[in-house]
Design a binder for this molecule. Structure first.
Ligand SMILES: Nc1nc2c(ncn2[C@@H]2O[C@H](COP(=O)(O)OP(=O)(O)O)[C@@H](O)[C@H]2O)c(=O)[nH]1
Ligand SMILES: [Mg+2]
Length: 325
């Protein structure tokens, strides 16, 4: 039953749905197989437009993502959806009506939907989200939409991974716009005032406009503010247009390269950090050794600064350098 990695990769590149689903599962569980797959898939990735959709729980992200996916499909694009939001209907955590709706989307063979467990209760990007994007991208998705719950740091994280980030706001969150200001508002390339059928849309829009007029224009792009009613699909065409406009702007201004460059710099260092850490811990610090060191610290026979220096120095001396592996 088991394909060789080579065959498996070939099937993923040939857009075999089962192979893609299995690849995503493998990548999510990590380990050697995941690394082998990703090494082969990586060269075929880098073409998809990665779009982050973020905002508070209940803002309508899933509804909007579903409609937006439909809009991209109508234009002939192949679409991947990753839902990191624990309350997302994509993960089956919502009302029955939502789940039925998602089944319609799931019937389309050019849409791939994956919901991912979050790192903690607070939500956030699952550590393997990046790798799942690589699989979908290599498998020929033109667009990958990532829905993530809006709780501060995660939005910043999705914004690093994404080529474009849309932030959903809803009427009645005037005060929230104020608190969002601190860091989250700045990551948006596009603001969507969703639930524009409810009273108060105008006020949120004014708040965002006021905030934008104060903020410096980021690299010459002024994020548009679009009103939408995700449930009816109103404004979804405009959202797609604005995203495409941003994509063109980014390509012309080399903003996309700049963003991806900064992303890969951070990602490479992060991967290196994790890899080195795991190697050092597994090779140098079996739990008895760790216990002994902790005892030394408790008794103040050793200080943690010197211990860390010593462990690092010994690992670098004996261990393989990355180029040997
Ligand atoms: N009135 C109104 N309700 C909406 C709109 N968009 C989404 N909703 C509803 O808001 C609720 C939360 O939507 P959902 O997409 O699950 O939000 P998420 O938590 O951000 O993913 C659902 O009951 C949707 O039907 C909208 O534009 N107007
Ligand atoms: Mg959701």
């Amino acid at each position: 039953m088991a394909d060789s990695i080579e065959t498996w990769v070939r099937k993923v590149l040939a857009q075999d749905r089962r192979a893609i689903a299995r690849a995503i599962s493998a990548v999510e569980s990590g380990g050697a197989r995941s690394t082998a797959l990703l090494k082969s898939l990586f060269p075929a990735s880098g073409k998809a437009q990665v779009i982050g959709v973020t905002g508070s729980p209940g803002a309508g992200k899933s509804t909007l993502v579903e409609k937006l996916a439909g809009a991209y499909r109508s234009a002939g694009a192949r679409v991947g959806i990753i839902a990191v939001d624990p309350t997302s209907p994509f993960s089956g955590g919502a009302l029955l009506g939502d789940r039925i709706r998602m089944q319609n989307l799931a019937g389309d063979k050019d849409i791939y939907i994956r919901s991912m467990a979050t790192r903690g209760q607070l939500g956030g990007l699952a550590p393997t989200t990046h790798d799942v994007v690589t699989v979908l991208d290599a498998a020929g998705c033109d667009v990958v939409l990532i829905e993530t719950v809006g709780v501060g740091q995660d939005e910043v994280e999705v914004a690093r991974l994404a080529d474009a980030t849309a932030l959903l706001l809803v009427p009645g969150m005037g005060d929230e716009v104020q608190t969002f200001k601190a860091g989250v508002m700045e990551i948006a390339d596009l603001y969507v005032i969703n639930k524009a059928d409810l009273p108060g849309a105008e006020r949120v829009e004014q708040e965002v406009e006021a905030m934008l007029s104060l903020a410096a224009c980021r690299d010459g792009w002024r994020p548009p503010i679009i009103r939408a009613i995700a449930t009816t699909g109103s404004g979804i065409g405009e959202v797609r247009q604005a995203l495409e406009q941003f994509q063109r702007f980014q390509e012309q201004s080399e903003g996309r390269d700049k963003r991806r460059r900064s992303y890969w710099r951070g990602r490479l260092l992060e991967m290196l950090r994790r890899n080195l850490f795991e190697k050092v811990v597994s090779e140098r610090l079996p739990s008895e050794a760790l216990d002994r060191l902790v005892n030394d610290l408790l008794e103040h026979r050793a200080d943690p600064y010197s211990l860390v220096d010593k462990i690092v120095a010994e690992s670098l001396k004996d261990g393989q350098t990355p180029s040997d592996t």
